[in-house]
Design a protein around this ligand. Structure first.
Ligand SMILES: Cc1ncc(COP(=O)(O)O)c(C=O)c1O
Length: 408
């Protein structure tokens, strides 16, 4: 079957095919999307929905942003892949632009977020042995409970979510989990073998959990005092999502290592990166780490455009302003079914009273009203529309969200 013939397949058949042929590692809402434009998508039957998940923030600039699509088309017509065995004419420019955006010296590119986190872990361990002088194979990385950093065996080794771990052991040693937001626990956990503290500035998958004010600043101070790398996973929180380029900026914190992904590829290509100074990323020598597709010219060309869009600051401002409006509108609704509304920028978690049903049920009802949102855990609905969403679209959405949750 050609892709042109495939385009006419009906939703029912597509859902059945997915059920039969695709591994059941996700539980998607029963909507089959055929087209996307800005903050909106259209399903195979022509129904329109406001996308309030934005592919877990990979679509910060919306679906098919014209600047990004143009950059991709131009590059598709020239060169798509070289591997890193050779240089290409996009990769060095992308690395320079990203390093400058983050105010660091160097970039190491990968594809998915999990690969970037793995890369950061390898970086910290190698730095620990070569620079800090930790005894071989003793390096420890401190992480926070409730974390979500991806799905590889090493990363799920320090997950505190039983669903992520069960049945996948044996696990990788070398991690210590401390409570998220607890400065004293972090201080206590750090010992002479500790090479890094790996943390999300806001925990997304845990339910858009914003840590107590001052936590990241205190963590920064502790890491500096104890000679430990502060590595922030900004894969979901970064690149405009919270109203600033990086979420750590809300506390004026500069980490040692940024871990980026998702929106870096403009919602078109997987593109992730670790960004740090030469004293840290300089530990790698040829052959010690890499990826066939990492830093490919197509992804790099899109990444260059993404960074250019972020330099202008309009998406960050839109996220801050619209996010503040959305948060207030949802709080003002004072729904008895809602126990908490929290967030930063256009990234909001709505906690439901479990007595009114699950967040999944609410998301199904929202879908029937033209809104695509995603539950996390049993009772949190998270809202993270593309940053190009309009104020009118959000007003439209709030009416429906309040109606759906208010009648649950
Ligand atoms: C904070 C964070 N880190 C890492 C990842 C993993 O990224 P990927 O799914 O691209 O491997 C995610 C994905 O949701 C994330 O939110």
């Amino acid at each position: 079957m050609s892709t042109e013939q495939a385009a006419g397949t009906r939703a029912e058949e597509l859902l059945e095919l997915a059920e039969r042929y695709a591994a059941h590692n996700y539980h998607p809402l029963p909507v089959v999307i055929a087209e996307g434009d800005g903050a909106w998508v259209t399903d195979v039957e022509g129904e329109r929905y406001l996308d309030m998940l934005a592919a877990y923030s990979a679509l910060n600039f919306g679906h098919r942003h014209p600047r990004l699509v143009d950059a991709a088309h131009r590059q598709l017509d020239r060169l798509t892949l070289t591997s890193r065995a050779f240089h290409n004419d996009m990769f060095p420019l992308f690395c320079r632009d990203l390093a400058e955006l983050a105010g660091k010296d160097m970039v190491l590119t990968m594809n998915t977020g999990a690969e970037a986190v793995e890369t950061a872990i390898k970086t910290a361990r190698r730095w620990g042995y070569d620079v800090k002088g930790v005894e071989p194979n003793r390096a420890k990385i401190v992480v926070a409970d409730g974390n979500f950093h991806g799905r590889t065996v090493t990363i799920v080794s320090f997950s505190t979510d039983p669903t992520a771990q069960e049945g996948f052991g044996p696990f990788t040693p070398g991690f210590e989990v401390v409570p998220y937001g607890d400065v004293d626990a972090l201080r206590t956990a750090i010992d002479g073998d500790t090479v890094a503290f790996l943390v999300e500035p806001i925990q997304g998958e845990a339910g858009v959990i914003v840590p107590p004010e001052g936590y990241l600043r205190a963590a920064r101070e502790i890491c500096t005092e104890r000679g430990v790398l502060m590595m922030v996973d900004e894969i979901q929180s970064g690149l405009g999502r919270t109203g600033t380029t990086f979420a750590v900026e809300h506390e004026g914190v500069v980490p040692d290592v940024y871990i980026l992904g998702k929106a870096l590829g403009g919602g078109i290509m997987p593109l992730s990166a670790v960004v740090a100074d030469r004293a840290i990323l300089g530990v790698f020598k040829p052959g010690e780490h890499g990826s066939t597709f990492g830093g490919n010219p197509l992804a790099s060309a899109i990444g260059i455009e993404v960074i250019d869009m972020l330099r202008e600051g309009t998406y960050q401002r839109a996220s801050a302003e619209l996010g503040a409006w959305l948060l207030q509108a949802l709080r003002d609704a004072s729904l008895p079914q809602v126990t908490e509304v929290r967030g930063r920028g256009l990234w909001i978690g709505v906690d439901l009273d479990p007595a009114v049903g699950t967040a999944r049920e609410i998301c199904e009802r929202l879908m029937a009203r033209g809104i695509l949102a995603k539950d996390t855990h049993e009772s949190t609905v998270r809202l993270a529309p593309p940053l190009c969403v309009s104020r009118e679209d959000l007003g439209w959405a709030v009416e429906r969200i309040v109606d759906v949750i208010g009648s649950a």
